[in-house]
Design a protein around this ligand. Structure first.
Ligand SMILES: [Ca+2]
Length: 397
């Protein structure tokens, strides 16, 4: 008994004839009922494209056309969809033919995922996009390396206490007196600038804060040397803002506060066992504006006047707060960075002038933050106005 060949006319040759019987010795593998297929067609009835081919049509003399998948970008060389011709891409690859890297990726290759993440330094680069072929990220000025993680030669990453405002350059009133001190020969200098201001009860020091390059929250840190065994109990810290806060900027929250408009005042004590104190709350400062910070030295001892009491005020510095930095918040990756930064107390190394050994794990973050806060790598030159000290130092990375 014989069956009809039933060859698919779109994929068959020889007017739909088929093998009449299995032939073990003749045509390789010819099976009974096998139709004669066009070049790119398979199946007993010649009704399917060969693997790696698509678009089965009668008009095509070969039956199907070859997939145009990029061999490097296609997942396990699986070819393409037989109807649409779309290829199955590797993880970081896109495009109909799997010939392009996903955004924020580069370097299409044989690798398992096809492309590599740009992995641009969050502070040293402008964003996380890089050149498709070289992987080069877009670096801020004077920042270099594929990922923009290093300062150019002759330039530095700004450290967290880069902005230092010396008391001895401030405006002193009451009976406060500048005190110049020679640098020590045998150990690290524990203060900055030429010296200090000796503050007494009812004296004040006004610092002018300028050269802020990034609008964000800063911790104001007061650096001092105690002169007596007890702590100085009452120092008022008054921040005067220039007119207006940008309602679209990161300091806009201030506009919601009822007391906004007047000077912002807070109180600190200066413990005798410390050389610095962090003022709370943090201050939101805006780039390009000028601020006055006034320290009013009230009572050394709240129970009695102590006219003989004094304290040596070295400087104030403004340390960027990690929770105010865009790449340390908002996404799981960023939150992880902030956790690491806080866990190793990376910011606290910058509260005092003399720094303990900074853990390696902090250094990467510190470079990124320095590039972000200053907007570039910076060249070490002295400030001609003399109103603040820039400390030029690398982290030894
Ligand atoms: Ca000083």
């Amino acid at each position: 008994m014989c069956l009809p060949c039933d060859c698919d006319p779109s994929g068959s040759l020889d007017e739909g004839i088929c093998e009449s019987r299995s032939d073990g010795g003749g045509l390789a593998g010819a099976q009974s009922g096998q139709c004669h297929c066009k070049r790119h067609v398979t199946g007993r009835r010649c009704d399917q494209c060969l693997p790696g081919y698509w678009n089965f049509t009668e008009d095509n003399p070969d039956g199907c056309q070859q997939c145009s998948c990029h061999p490097m970008g296609t997942y396990e060389n699986q070819g393409c969809n037989v109807y649409s011709g779309e290829c199955v891409c590797k993880r970081y690859v896109t495009g109909r033919d799997c010939d392009a890297c996903l955004p924020e990726h580069w370097g299409l290759s044989e690798a398992r995922d096809g492309c590599k993440p740009c992995d641009c330094d969050p502070g040293g680069s402008y964003d996380n996009n890089c050149d498709l072929y070289s992987g080069q990220c877009k670096c801020r000025p004077h920042v270099t390396g594929r990922t923009c993680s290093q300062p150019e030669q002759g330039y530095f990453a700004g450290l967290l206490d880069y902005r230092i405002y010396e008391a001895e350059y401030g405006e002193v009133s009451g009976n406060g007196q500048p005190l110049i001190r020679e640098p020590p020969r045998d150990r690290d200098q524990s203060w900055t600038g030429p010296g200090f201001v000796r503050a007494v009860e009812e004296s004040s020091i006004v610092f002018t804060l300028d050269a802020i390059t990034q609008s964000m929250d800063y911790d104001i840190v007061i650096r001092y040397e105690p002169q007596l065994a007890g702590q100085w109990e009452d120092v008022r810290v008054v921040l005067e803002r220039p007119d207006g806060v940008n309602p679209d900027g990161p300091c806009a929250n201030l506009l919601l506060r009822q007391e906004y408009g007047g000077p912002e005042e807070t109180r600190v004590s200066l413990p005798s066992g410390a050389r610095h104190v962090v003022v709370h709350p943090a201050a939101c400062l805006e780039a390009g504006k000028q601020y006055k910070v006034r320290l009013d030295f009230k009572a050394y001892d709240l129970r009695q006047d102590t006219p003989s009491a004094s304290v040596l005020v070295d400087s104030i510095t403004v340390v960027p707060r990690a929770d105010s930095i865009p790449f340390l918040k908002g996404t799981p990756t960023n939150e992880y960075r902030q956790q690491e930064f806080n866990h190793y107390r990376c910011a606290e190394y910058f509260y005092s002038v003399v720094k303990a050994n900074i853990p390696e794990i902090c250094k990467k973050h510190l470079y990124s933050i320095g590039f972000y806060v200053l907007g570039s790598g910076f060249e070490c030159t002295c400030d001609p106005t003399g109103s603040y000290s820039g400390i030029c130092d690398s982290l030894g990375k």
